[in-house]
Design a protein around this ligand. Structure first.
Ligand code: NAD
Length: 418
C-alpha cells in the first residue's frame, strides 16, 4: 500500500489521461478536475464523561452539471480534505459512467469510530447533519454510507434534517434502514455490481467467472458481499482479508462462515477452516484469476502491481490502484474494471432508493436487482465499445472518456451564467 500518493492528484491524472483523447478547452478541463465547493468544519461534541472533543469534517460538492451532488460519508482517521475531494470527483464520473442523473459529492469525518460510544457517535453525526443542512436536500445534495458508516448513521442524518426542516424528506439521504425508507437490495448493491462487472469482464475475455479463483482484500460491506455472490456464481474464493490480515485456502473458503467468524471476533484472521494466514500484500499478489480490492485507496502501487498475478481486477474500493500502478497493470495486460464502473452498484441502488422515496412507492428486491443488472451490463458495453473503437489504453481511460463526454454534454447544454 502506498501512503504517499495523494488521491486527489490521482483523480486529476485520470481525468487528464482521458481528456487527452477528447477535444476540451483548458478552462473547462480545470473545471472537470476541481470541486465546485468544499465545506470544512469543526464539530464540537460532548463526550459521555462531560468533556468536549472537536472533530474535523468535510463535504465536497464536486460537480452538479448532471444532477444533485451525490456521495457517501466516511468515518476514518485518514479522512482529509484532499481525500474527500478525490472521492467526490470519482462520484461525478461514476454517476456519469452508469448514466444516472446525479453529480458527485462526498463527505467525511476524521475519526476512528471504534473508540467512541454509540451515544457519542450519534451526537457527532447529528452535529454534522446540522452543519450539512444548508447544503443538502432531496434535489440538492444527497449523502449515503461509506467506510464505517451505514444505515444507523443515515437514519440519524435523515431524522436530524427532517426535524430541523419540519418536513418529511426521506430522499435527502440514501442507504437508510428499510423501515426509514431504505431500498431492498441496497446493502448488497456494491458487491453485486462488482461481481456483475467481473462476470462481464471474463465474458469479454471469452472466459466464465464460474471457473475463476478469487481473492478479496477488505471484508466489509463491499468485500464480503462480493465474495458471497462470486461464490454463488460458482467461482472459488481462495483468500479474503481485513485490516488485521488475511486468510488463504487453496481449495476455497466458505465466505459466509468467514463472515460469521469476523462478526464474532472482529476479524477474518483466526478462521479455523483456513489453511494459512497471509498478509494483505501476499493476498494482492496471489496467483488467482480475479482480484477484488475492497478496502481503501492506494492498495496497489507500481511496485506491488509488478507482482499482481490476477488476470482481472474488479475494483470494489474507490481508487485502490495508483496511476503508476495502473500503468504497470496495463503493460502486463491485466484487465482492470475501474471503480467508477465496478462499484457503481451502491450509488445506482441509492438512486433507486431516492426514486422510490420521491414516488412513495417501493420496489421488490427482484426488481431492484433486475434494474441494476441491466444498467451495469449496458454501462459495461458502452465502455468496451469506447475501448475497442477508439484504441484507448485501458478500461479506466475508456470509462473516463465516456463519463467526461456525458458531463460535458450537460454542461454545454445548460449554457453559461456570469
Ligand atoms: P467497510 O467499512 O464496510 O469495510 C472496509 C473493510 O476494509 C473492513 O473489513 C476493514 O477491516 C478493511 N480494511 C481497512 N483497511 C484495510 C487495509 N489497509 N487492508 C486490508 N483491509 C482493510 O467499508 P465498505 O463500505 O465495504 O467500503 C470499502 C470500499 O468500497 C471503500 O473504498 C468504499 O469507498 C468503497 N465503496 C463502498 C460502497 C458501499 O456502498 N459501501 C460503495 C462504493 C464504493
Amino acid at each position: 500500500m502506498s501512503e504517499g500518493v495523494n488521491p486527489f492528484e490521482s483523480l486529476q491524472e485520470q481525468v487528464d489521461d482521458a481528456a487527452a483523447y477528447l477535444d476540451i478547452d483548458d478552462g473547462v478541463l480545470t473545471r472537470l478536475k476541481n470541486p465546485e465547493r468544499v465545506l470544512e468544519t469543526n464539530l464540537s461534541v460532548e463526550m459521555d464523561d462531560g468533556s468536549t472533543e472537536v472533530f474535523r469534517a468535510y463535504r465536497s460538492q464536486f460537480n452538479g452539471d448532471r444532477g444533485p451532488y451525490k456521495g457517501g460519508i466516511r468515518y476514518h482517521p485518514g479522512v482529509n480534505r484532499d481525500e474527500v475531494k478525490a472521492l467526490s470527483g470519482w462520484m461525478v464520473y461514476k454517476c456519469a459512467t452508469v448514466g444516472i442523473p446525479y453529480g458527485g459529492g462526498k463527505g467525511g469525518i476524521e475519526i476512528d469510530p471504534d473508540e467512541y460510544s454509540e451515544g457519542e457517535l450519534e451526537r457527532l453525526t447529528r452535529s454534522f447533519a446540522k452543519e450539512l443542512r444548508p447544503l443538502i436536500g432531496e434535489d440538492r445534495d444527497i449523502p449515503a454510507p461509506d467506510v464505517n458508516t451505514g444505515q444507523r448513521e443515515m437514519n440519524w442524518i435523515k431524522d436530524t434534517y427532517e426535524t430541523l426542516e419540519n418536513t418529511t424528506a426521506p430522499g435527502v439521504i440514501t442507504g437508510k434502514d428499510i423501515s426509514s425508507g431504505g431500498s431492498a437490495g441496497r446493502v448488497e448493491a456494491t458487491g453485486r455490481s462488482t461481481v456483475i462487472a467481473a462476470r462481464e469482464a471474463f465474458d469479454y475475455l471469452g472466459r466464465d467467472i464460474a471457473d475463476a479463483t478469487v481473492a478479496v482484500q477488505g471484508y466489509g460491506n463491499a468485500g464480503w458481499v462480493t465474495a458471497k455472490l462470486a461464490d454463488e456464481l460458482g467461482a472459488t474464493v481462495v483468500a479474503v482479508s481485513d485490516s488485521s490480515g488475511g486468510i488463504h485456502s487453496e481449495d476455497g473458503l466458505d465466505p459466509v462462515a468467514a463472515k460469521d467468524h469476523k462478526n464474532e471476533t472482529g476479524s477474518v484472521v483466526g478462521f479455523s477452516a483456513a489453511d494459512e494466514e497471509i498478509t494483505n500484500d501476499e493476498l494482492l499478489t496471489l496467483d488467482v484469476d480475479l482480484l477484488v480490492p475492497a478496502a481503501l485507496e492506494n492498495a496497489i502501487d507500481a511496485d506491488l502491481a509488478e507482482d499482481v498475478s490476477a488476470d482481472v481486477v474488479s475494483e470494489a474500493a474507490n481508487g485502490p490502484v495508483t496511476p503508476d500502478g495502473d500503468d504497470v497493470l496495463t503493460e502486463k495486460d491485466v484487465l482492470v474494471v475501474p471503480d467508477i464502473l465496478a462499484n457503481a452498484g451502491g450509488v445506482t441502488v441509492s438512486y433507486f432508493e431516492w426514486v422510490q422515496n420521491r414516488q412513495r412507492f417501493y420496489w421488490t428486491e427482484e426488481k431492484v436487482n433486475e434494474e441494476l443488472e441491466s444498467i451495469m451490463v449496458e454501462a459495461f458495453d458502452d465502455l468496451t465499445s469506447a475501448y475497442d473503437d477508439h484504441d484507448l489504453p485501458n478500461m479506466r481511460t475508456a470509462a473516463y472518456a465516456v463519463a467526461i463526454r456525458r458531463v460535458l454534454d450537460a454542461y454545454e447544454q445548460s449554457g453559461n451564467w456570469p
